[in-house]
Design a protein around this ligand. Sequence first.
Ligand code: C2O
Ligand code: CU
Ligand code: CU
Length: 431
Amino acid sequence: GVRTFSLTAQEGTTSFAPATDAGTATETWGFDGAYLGPTLRAERGEKVAVEVTNDLGETTSVHWHGMHLPAAMDGGPHQAVEPGGTWRPAWTIDQPAATLWYHPHPHGQTEEHVYRGLAGMFILDDDASRAADLPSTYGVDDVPVVVQDKVFDDDGQLELSDDGGEPGTLGGTVMTNGTVGAYQEVTTERVRLRLLNGSTARTYSLGFADRQLDLVATDGGLLDAPVRLDEVRLAPGERAEVVVEMAPGETTRLRSSEADLGGVAAPFAMGGNDAFDVLELRAADELAPSPEPAWGPSRHAAGDALHEQDASVTRTFDLDERTINGERMDMGRIDEVATAGATEIWEVRNTIPMPHSFHVHDVQFRVLTIDGEAPPPELAGPKDTVYLEPRRTYRLLMRFDDYTDDRLPYMYHCHMLLHEDEGMMGQFLVV
Ligand code: C2O
Ligand code: CU
Ligand code: CU
């Protein structure tokens, strides 16, 4: 069968009280609603078909971030949907279970479209994820947590800073799933939180003051074993799945504490160092038992594994303020051409004292080294987006599978969306 979805990008109004006065209607955009969009869900091997309708007054697109799919279905700047138009991508889910997401990608306008509210989660399931016995009742013990920051003007409307200052807009209000002061009633001993940094510029360090969390998955799927951490750092576009243990009757808070941004020069300290509450967890007086997560030797089918010795090509990417290898994005220029089936190493160098968030379409990569050292355990899982600390070199291992197109490219870019819109993006073909 085919799993069908329809998504309509539309305008609406949302109340963000208490960040705004009660009764203030903030103009927002959403998919099938006023703000954000529905969580889509599909199974490995399943065919999906989406009908995307644009009811906005301007051109947009919908990109499936983290999805392995043909370039024509990718939803990047080449798949623009005009006002009043409809786009019908279809593809087969062919990758491990993961927490992916979708958002617009119109050339030069991505920051604004995402900031106004166009984004949603796309969850993939498979046999390995079910066998792991993780909390999996959606909305009960398996909870989406879309973290975003906003600036409100005096009229309670969303404000996007347009002064071109680094690193883009940093809001003093942090909200979860579009709610300011969000909380979740917990009824089980364990809760799985699917964290998505859906902000345009801000990097978070998410954790609890009174307990650790178990990181079980990164952008592209489950880790080989859970990693116990105090907090998990997420740059724009990155995801993490964590499991938290709760005791009956207690309350605790997921918060963003002062993120260690990795030696960011003072002028670019990015207000990243504020602390915010993200989600309060309120446990009931009696909690249903949760199964002990069951970790097998490997969560991934052999076909998904990447091996460094298979790499036949190494490419280098130097990032400065707004360019990659000295170039700004040009939709008419192909920057790289990869061969289907080839395993490659991308050596990505952040040459400036300011961070970036590097994202590659179509693939999940593995971080081989950071400045020659093995990455920390939280970067050992499948990734499609990685925070680049200033002046460090990241070696990424990836393979371009089956889908070829000698005309339509995929993108790689900085996921700090002002950077992307100002040209920090390149295009690659898989042929
Ligand atoms: Cu999440 Cu090219 O984007
Ligand atoms: Cu993407
Ligand atoms: Cu950047």
